[in-house]
Each structure stands twice: as C-alpha cells, then as structure tokens.
Design a binder for this molecule. Structure first.
Ligand code: ADP
Ligand code: MG
Length: 581
C-alpha cells in the first residue's frame, strides 16, 4: 500500500494520545516502523539518554522517494486505509502519526532508499516545519535521526529523567523487541559504546542468553502449547527453572502476536504457575510469545499500544498457567502422573462420615514403637478406620508419597500446609483472635507516599489479622507482632503486599468483608507454609498429613488448587498389565 492520509473518520477511531513521551517512546515507534518494513537488522544509537540524539537505521524495504515527504505528515500511513482494517491490524504501527509527532518536537531527518532507486531521498523537519529536503547517497533501507528532543519545549523537557534513567528505558525497549523478534539482529549503542547485539538467528533462547547471561540461558525451560486446542491459543517461549529468580518482575516479557504487551494479569498467571516453588518476593525470568486470532485481541486500547484486551481473558490466562506449570513439573519428572486428569478424592472421608482418628492414636496402637521409624510401620487400614494416609516418603522434596485406602496419593506439601495454616488461622480468628507472636526484633516496613494514613486507619483490621504495627517516622511502620503461623518469616512481605493491594483499590470499603479476609488469610498461609523443594523428615510429613486430615476441606488449597493427586490401585495395576479378571 502507498502512503496516504487517513480519512478523518478513521483517524478519529484510533485511540488518540501522544505517542512521544520520552526518548524510549521515540525509539519504540522507530523500531516498529523498521520491523514493519521487513528489516533483518536494526541499529539503535543514542546519546545523552536519547535526548541529544537518537538514530535508528534499518535495512528494510525503504519508502518510495515520492512518498518520503508525505511520511512525516500527520495521519499519513501505508498500513491501513479504512475502519475495517482496524479490526485486523497485523503491523505494529498503524496510526500514521509517529513520524509527525516526533518531528513536531525535535529536529528529525528521515532518509530512505528503496533498492531500485539510485539515491536516498531525505527530509528534515524542525519543530513541525519542513526545513530541508533533497537526495543523498545511502544504502537500501531507512534511517531516522532525531536531535534535541523537546529542546524547544521546556514544559515537556522537564519530565525527562536523568540520562542514565532514559538510557535504561531505551535499553528496556530495544531488549523487548529483540525478544519479540529473535530473527532480527538488534544492536544498541549508547554514548558510542555497544550495549548489546542480538544474534538475529531466530533463536529466542540465544537472545535471552545475550540479554540475561549464560547462567540464565542454562536454566531455561521451554514452554509450548500448540493451537490445536479449542481456544485456538498457541504459545511458546522460555521460563527459568525455580532455582533461578530475580528480585523484580522486570524479567517477565509477554508478546501477543509479536507485540510486546504489559499485562499484569499475564504476569500474575505465569507466577501462579510457580506457586510454592519460589522463595517469597522473588520472581521468575520468562519470555512468552502468545499467538491468538487477531479478532480475539483489541490492540487499540492504549496510544502506545502496550496494553491490550483479550476477548476471552480467562482462557488465555489458564492456558498460560497450565503450560508453564507443565514445563516446570517436567523437571520433577512426575509430569506423566500429574498430566493424567485424575479426580481428586478425599482419602480421609470415611464411609461413616464420622471424624476419623488422628494418625497418632493409630501409632500408639501398633506393635512397633513410633520412635524407631514411621516409615512402613503404620498400618494403612486399622479395623473400622479406612481413612488414613500412610506416608511412604518424599518425592523431589515437593510431594509426599503416601498410601491410602485405595492406592497411592501424592500430596503437595506446600499446598497441604497452606490449607492447614489457613484453617488454623480461620479457627483462631473465630475464637478470640489469631495467635500472635512478638518479634524479637521489630521489622520496619517502608510505606509508599500516601500509605501512611491508610496504615493508621487499618490498624484495627491488622490487629484482627494478628499484626501489631505502629507508626515509625514519616514513611515507615514498625511491625512488633505477627501471626504465630508466620513466625518463621514472610510476615513483613505479606503486610507490604496487603498495603499495595489496598492502595490500588479506590475504595477500601470491601476490606472488612469475608471475601477480603479469606484472601488475606490465604496469602498469609501461602507465605507461612513450607516451600516446595524443602526436605522434610518422616515425622514432619506425618505431622503434616495428620493436620491436613483434621481440616474441613482437604482436597483443595486456599487458592482452590488441588492438594493431592490420586492413583487408584486399579489404575496402577492397569499400568502393569495386571488387570484383575
Ligand atoms: P505508521 O507507522 O503508523 O503508519 P508513521 O508515522 O510511523 O506511521 O510512518 C508513516 C509511514 O512512513 C508508514 O506508514 C510507512 O509507510 C513509512 N515508514 C516509516 N518508517 C519507515 C521505515 N523505517 N521503513 C519503511 N517505511 C517507513
Ligand atoms: Mg509507525
């Protein structure tokens, strides 16, 4: 398509907004244009964090010489021409306003040459006015040079941060495109020094290796889901194994149909797959490409196109979560077992419906003294009580292997403990209040601006949850007592996330309601529970299973994830071809 000015009805339908906010947003627009032009190599150079100079050079198709002056006009685009096109944009840029907006606040030169032309055509625009145009020698492709961004616009210049901050943002943007397009070789040069260069071989793992280092590359697990499922959602990419993690979510990247998107729910879904596998406050590393039919995605939400909407959100999130979880569990090598959709039975449910005896009392009734070993000494079935689990051992420091009334049970140690702590705190809260523990050394929480009043007004609610806090200076809180269940650690981090969550909600009206309490208790339980990957003694496993048995709900953790997987004796026999006739 040749470049034309969009009719005003089309222009009006596109989310309006300033695309040029800072150097990184300029780089983003220019890189997208280069990708749309089919470039195999894109070089980004900046000086002064990009405020002084940005130069983006590509080896793409170039712009027909006659259209070069048109390209810098507002709503000039070769990518869409009607409202209908909007519904299925597959190119990255489509508003036809980037070059015009950049040229309006800088001195911008666009130089472009198509293969068949002898020379490149260029135009220079200064603060929105075309000041020069002509021909010059240049290789095939396009170069855009942006000098003195916002130099004559003090009101906008003052929003620029330090050179290093702006440079870091540019780097972030170029990194994301390198991850989104592994087949394109990206180079980033800042202050005449190479920041990185992606190999351009098409291998995402290699790009992650360049950006995050060889150790991360070693620790990556492939995630994959073909689109032959009913939702038609396909995805692939890499995630770090649970042993490799970072302090922030900055290492999580998502691409929807090759478009880098920021979507908190996607990060959340991915991190849910690591539930119980990572130390608290740590985050995985991931780059995931999702592919959906274009009509399932609304990309026209945000002017900078970073935010998108999914038509079928929950299908997207659950597909992501399931495939990541599967990739992670493969390493624990019980994936084959877990992948089988086994109904989760509650082995503790006795036929009579009566509360079954705790395991300890069985132990004391056996011939073998418990002190020798619990392993293999507890009879699974004692007359009249067919409702107990006999712990056989631990698998991958993550699952408790047990024998139950009908076959084998794998109990997720983290989720089981979560359930136990959750119900324990619920019970304590109903009768007199959640048991507290005084911290030997009070811990300090830094509050974000505005959280101080929130914290004070929350004190009674926090007390009800087992926290004793007091103001400490202008921006911090002293935590003196925490719920006893969390005495082992994690209390402060939980409190921090409670504040963050509250601050995000416009109204705190819902904070007193049952659902909110349940959610907070669930996250307290999660932080306080033993982690996956932790070795447990027989005694500890026995204790945990016994306490789980006393819970009112045993088959699901507070987040409604299965606590155990059951393999019936029949299923096991079948595996061995020993069907009973
Ligand atoms: P949009 O990308 O939304 O169409 P832009 O203002 O970014 O609008 O660019 C205007 C037009 O200029 C594009 O539609 C495209 O035809 C052309 N163009 C811009 N940059 C390049 C490039 N690097 N290579 C080839 N063509 C380009
Ligand atoms: Mg564009």
């Amino acid at each position: 398509m040749s470049i034309t000015i969009l009719p005003s009805d089309v222009a009006a339908k596109i989310a309006a907004g300033e695309v040029v906010e800072r150097p990184s947003s300029v780089v983003k627009e220019l890189v997208e244009n280069a990708i749309d032009a089919g470039a195999g190599s894109i070089r980004v150079e900046i000086k002064g964090g990009g405020a002084q100079l940005i130069r983006v050079t590509d080896d793409g198709c170039g712009i027909p010489s006659a259209e070069v002056p048109l390209a810098v006009e507002r709503y000039a685009t070769s990518k869409i021409s009607s409202v209908d096109d909007l519904a299925r944009v597959s190119t990255l840029g489509f508003r036809g306003e980037a070059l015009a907006s950049i040229g309006a606040v800088s001195e911008m030169t666009l130089i472009s040459r198509q293969r068949q032309e002898k020379a490149a055509r260029y135009v220079t625009v200064h603060n929105g006015r075309m000041v020069e145009e002509g021909w010059r020698g240049a290789p095939t492709g396009t170069t855009v040079v942006v000098k003195g961004l916002f130099r004559d616009f003090p009101a906008r210049r003052k929003f620029l941060r330090s050179i290093s901050t702006e440079a870091a943002q540019v780097s972030q943007v170029v990194c994301q495109y390198a991850l989104a397009f592994p087949e394109i070789r990206f180079s980033l040069i800042s202050e005449d020094r190479y920041v990185f260069q992606s190999p351009g071989t098409g291998c995402l793992r290699e790009v992650m290796g360049v950006l995050y280092g060889p150790e991360v590359e070693q620790a990556l697990r492939a995630v994959e889901m073909a689109d032959d499922n009913p939702t038609a959602i396909a995805l692939d990419g890499f995630v770090s194994d649970p042993g490799t993690h970072r302090a922030t979510r900055a290492y999580l990247s998502f691409f929807v149909n090759r478009r880098w998107v920021r979507n908190r729910a996607l990060s959340f879904a991915l991190e849910e797959a690591y539930h119980g596998l990572l130390p608290e406050g740590r985050h995985p590393i991931a780059a995931i490409h999702l592919r959906l039919p274009p009509e399932e995605v609304d990309v026209n939400v945000h002017p900078a196109k970073l935010e998108i909407r999914f038509l079928h959100e929950s299908a997207v999130y659950s597909t992501l979560q399931r495939s990541v979880r599967q990739a992670l569990l493969e390493g624990i090598s019980v994936s084959a077992l877990l992948a089988q959709p086994v109904p989760v039975l509650d082995p503790f449910q006795s036929d009579t419906g009566a509360q079954s005896l705790p395991l300890e009392s069985h132990a004391s009734s056996t011939m073998t003294p418990p002190s020798t070993s619990y392993l293999g000494k507890l009879p699974a079935v004692i007359a009249g009580h067919s409702s107990s689990l006999r712990v056989l051992g631990q698998l991958g420091n993550t699952f408790i292997v047990a024998e139950g009334p009908d076959g084998m049970y794998l109990v997720d140690q983290h989720r089981a403990h979560e359930r136990v702590l959750f119900e324990q705190m619920q019970a304590e809260r109903r009768g007199g209040g959640i048991a507290r523990q005084v911290l030997l050394e009070p811990e300090v929480i830094e509050l974000k601006p505005g959280h101080r009043e929130l914290a004070e007004s929350m004190a009674p609610l926090l007390a009800d949850l087992g926290f004793l806090v007091e103001p400490f200076g202008e921006r911090s809180l002293l935590v003196r007592e925490v719920p006893a269940a969390l005495a082992g650690g994690g209390a402060t981090a939980t409190l921090q996330s409670i504040f963050d969550e509250l601050a995000e909600r416009a109204d705190n009206a819902a904070t007193g309601d049952v659902e909110w309490h349940e959610r907070v208790l669930a996250s307290l339980a999660c932080r306080g529970a033993i982690k996956s990957g932790q070795a447990l003694t027989q005694l500890e496993m026995h204790e945990l299973v016994t306490r789980l048995e006393r819970c009112s709900v045993r088959s699901l953790c507070p987040h409604a994830e299965p606590v155990m997987v059951h393999l019936s004796e029949n299923a096991i026999r079948r595996q061995f071809g020993r069907e009973q006739g």
